[in-house]
Design a protein around this ligand. Structure first.
Ligand code: KG4
Ligand code: ZN
Length: 340
């Protein structure tokens, strides 16, 4: 079979987004996502509700992905799915569906590590997008993950730093909850931060050795600070919301940039690619761009739709594995704690 004419379906269901994408060689033809609104009222993802919603959404989402790509399922060459890491009940829906479809169509099945997906999303063919050269550092920052990975080749990656507790997105979302903002709070903190003074309030950065991160202490510091201030002035939050948001964001960016600086120093690698929902943050983007001037970094930020949880990133990994002939057996199982 020629490697020039390959259609692959990617399926992502690791958390609260049910997603399907068709990739034709390295190009994305469709990228469909059903985000689950149900979790907003709970202020976080409820695993039981997530798997039920995946079960409802999976067939329509795959159907739409095929339709938008203007192909039929019989034209597919393989099916790639997220094996892990993620919520078990959510992963099982995508895994079982992918297996059945691949079995029915008698085509190969490809298992994909979600974290590798976030990183290899940078290799999707996009006009005008420059792909990072090997080796590079990938920082994946989202509601579920915070990692710095040294990437020597597509499937030769080493995690050199990661959070020991909360993810950075949780630091945004939990701080937002303390301030009475909706879920997820990251985007609103970002907007308000642009209008506030980042040095209005000072939060100490957690001390964690090496390249690892910790955000649970930060969240507690925000909580105690707010409780103390509100006791003295019940209107403290309303009167200072933009400044509080700016100060929280400033501290979080400082934590991320300190570790990136250390990682570039330790590895001698100055190419930095970021991914995950938090990479939408305008302050983080600016700090990375500033790093290009200040530290000689080259930074890579993919299109937003390829950086939050999506199936295009699963499809590109599927395509790369397809070219290697790296297929999964039909008895493959989802793995909630799958490592890179
Ligand atoms: O990648 P994603 O859509 O899902 C996973 O968590 O895997 O990331 C969602 C996270 C949430 O924590 C949300 O608050 C955060 O990304 N986020 C942001 C921004 N946009 C989304 N955080 C800060 N600034 C933003 N502009
Ligand atoms: Zn993710």
């Amino acid at each position: 079979m020629s490697s020039q004419n390959i259609y692959i379906l990617g399926i992502e269901s690791s958390c609260d987004d049910t997603a399907a994408s068709i990739i034709y060689n390295g190009r994305i033809l469709s990228n469909v996502i059903a985000s689950q609104k149900i979790h907003e009222e709970y202020g976080g993802v409820v695993p039981e509700l997530a798997s039920r919603a995946h079960q409802q959404n999976i067939v329509p989402v795959v159907h739409q992905a095929l339709e938008k790509a203007s192909i039929t399922k019989d034209e597919l060459h393989a099916i790639a799915f997220t094996k892990g890491p993620g919520l078990m009940g959510s992963l099982l829906v995508g895994t079982s569906f992918a297996k059945s479809l691949a079995y029915g169509l008698n085509i190969p099945l490809i298992d994909v590590n979600h974290m590798q997906g976030h990183i290899l999303a940078h290799y999707i063919d996009e006009d005008g997008y420059k792909k990072p050269p090997f080796p590079f550092l990938a920082m994946t920052i989202s509601g579920g993950h915070t990692q710095i990975v040294k990437v020597d080749h597509y499937f030769d990656m080493t995690v050199i730093g990661e959070t020991i507790d909360d993810a950075v997105g949780e630091a945004f979302d939990k701080s937002g909850k303390i301030l009475g903002l909706g879920y997820p709070a990251g985007p609103e903190i970002d907007k308000r931060a642009a209008l506030g003074n980042p040095k209005a309030f000072k939060f100490t950065k957690p001390k964690v050795d090496g390249l690892n991160f910790s955000f649970s202490g930060f969240k507690t510091a925000v909580l105690y600070f707010i409780q103390r201030e509100v006791k003295a002035n019940p209107n403290f939050i309303e009167e200072n919301l933009n400044d509080i948001c700016a100060s929280i964001q400033y501290t979080i960016i400082g934590i991320l940039m300190d570790k990136l600086k250390l990682a570039t120093k330790q590895t001698g690698i100055n190419h930095i690619a970021i991914g995950g929902g938090v990479s939408a943050n305008s302050g983080i983007r600016k700090a990375l761009k500033d790093g290009e001037q200040k530290f000689g970094w080259t930074t890579y930020i993919p299109k937003f739709e390829f950086t939050t949880d999506n199936a295009a990133m699963i499809a590109i990994v599927g395509y790369l594995k397809f070219l290697d002939g790296d297929f999964a057996e039909q008895n493959v199982v989802a793995s909630a704690r799958l490592k890179i």
